[in-house]
Design a protein. Structure first.
Length: 397
């Protein structure tokens, strides 16, 4: 009767010993794992820190190249500057041949020409602790760019993008004043002398008693110029896309037809088609826009006004910089206003005819000023910057 309870007690004791051994084994294994993790964690943290340092050093190489390019715009002869156009061969250290020490490591940087005249490709490699026995390497590639500066050969320029088989003319009327003469206040950039006060792909006609004065040794008017002569002072579609981006950052991006009776903010002002699509000679009528500039702007406006369409200016308007229309321009100013810089219309759209558009130059005095065109009266960024969408980390050295 009492044997059964005794057997149950013996059976329980037999289970406790194996369970204890299993638990001890698990505890031992966990202890070993924790100790192993604790011993490797410093190495992992050290590697992560070295990789972060190598990336930061590679970015230092990129910033060094950006500084050199920007410095080269203002002072090409400065020590460490990179002139524009890029010298051939590219000077040390920007040719990728020299290791530059930088704190806990160093970098090697290479600068080459990009796909456009205002683009450079930069490759920067960061090393920690050095490039001989590195424990961390980070490589950055990007394209940097700057705003394309136009050096137009004229105070008023028309044509270059008109539909095939058509011709763009300039019509100068009234008592308009267009000058590219330094004797009358025109200013040139170093190494840049305009060809004429008015320059067109087609004829240049006058009525009334306009005053058109060309540069010394040049012409008052330069009609019937070949399309090939316009490309250097016109924006490509890629340039236009960048200007859109900069205008958005400036808060001066608009879409559709506008009528302004007071100046927008200074800087790059871009007025786009309602659809946001590139203006072409096959664009729908809904994308054909006009920006009307009216009223009294006697306080002045500085910058670039770039319009994917037509610009119509009248009133007492004082503007300093670049007026750029991808279609026509009509200037019918009166009063004491003036335009200092240049006016460019490229005439992309209108129906084929002998005269695609007419740039009607009324009583608005226009004075050629190359520095104002380049800088928009000091409002256009002169530095080089990373082209959106091109920054990337890549493998390799």
């Amino acid at each position: 009767m009492n044997a059964s309870p005794a057997r149950r007690h013996g059976s329980d004791a037999g289970i406790v010993v194996p369970m204890t051994l299993i638990i001890m084994a698990l505890i031992t294994a966990l202890t070993v794992a924790v100790l192993a993790f604790t011993s490797t964690e410093p190495f992992i943290a050290s590697n992560q820190m070295a990789n972060a340092q190598a990336r930061a050093i590679a970015e230092s190489g990129l910033e060094r190249a950006l500084w050199a390019l920007t410095k080269g715009e203002a002072n090409p002869a400065a020590t460490g500057a990179l002139a524009d156009p890029l010298p051939n061969p590219v000077p040390v250290p920007y040719d990728g041949s020299q290791y530059v020490a930088a704190g806990v490591g160093g970098f090697i940087v290479t600068v080459t020409n990009g796909g456009a005249a205002n683009e450079r490709n930069i490759t920067a490699v960061g090393y920690v602790p050095n490039n001989v026995n590195p424990i961390a390497i980070k490589k950055i590639q990007t394209t940097v760019t700057k705003v394309k500066f136009l050096d137009p050969p004229c105070a008023v320029c028309a044509g270059g993008e008109q539909p095939p088989g058509t011709s763009t003319q300039i019509q100068v009327g009234g008592s308009a004043s267009i000058t590219a003469s330094t004797a009358q206040g025109a200013q040139y950039c170093a190494g840049v002398t305009p060809t004429a006060a008015a320059y067109a792909q087609g004829p240049i006609n006058t009525n009334g008693r306009p005053n058109i004065t060309g540069p010394a040794g040049g012409s008052d008017v330069a009609p019937n110029q070949p399309n090939s002569s316009f490309g250097s002072f016109q924006f490509s579609d890629s340039d236009i896309a960048m200007l859109k981006s900069l205008a958005r950052q400036n808060g001066t991006y608009y879409q559709g037809s506008q009528q302004w009776t007071s100046p927008p903010p200074n800087g790059i002002v871009f007025v786009d088609t309602p659809s946001g699509n590139v203006l072409t000679n096959s664009s729908p009528s809904s994308d054909l826009i006009t920006v009307n500039v009216r009223g009294n702007w006697s306080s002045g406006w500085n910058g670039w006004l770039v319009v994917a369409g037509t610009i119509d200016i009248s009133g007492n308007i004082t503007m300093n910089g670049l007026i750029y229309a991808q279609n026509d321009v009509s200037l019918r100013g009166a009063g004491a206003g003036s335009i200092t810089g240049a006016v460019i219309s490229t005439n992309r759209v209108d129906a084929a005819s002998t005269n695609v558009d007419t740039d009607d130059i009324g009583n608005a005095p226009i004075t050629y000023n190359c520095p104002s065109v380049r800088t928009g009266g000091g409002t256009i960024p002169q530095n080089w910057f990373v082209k959106p969408g091109t920054y990337k980390e890549v493998s390799g050295t």
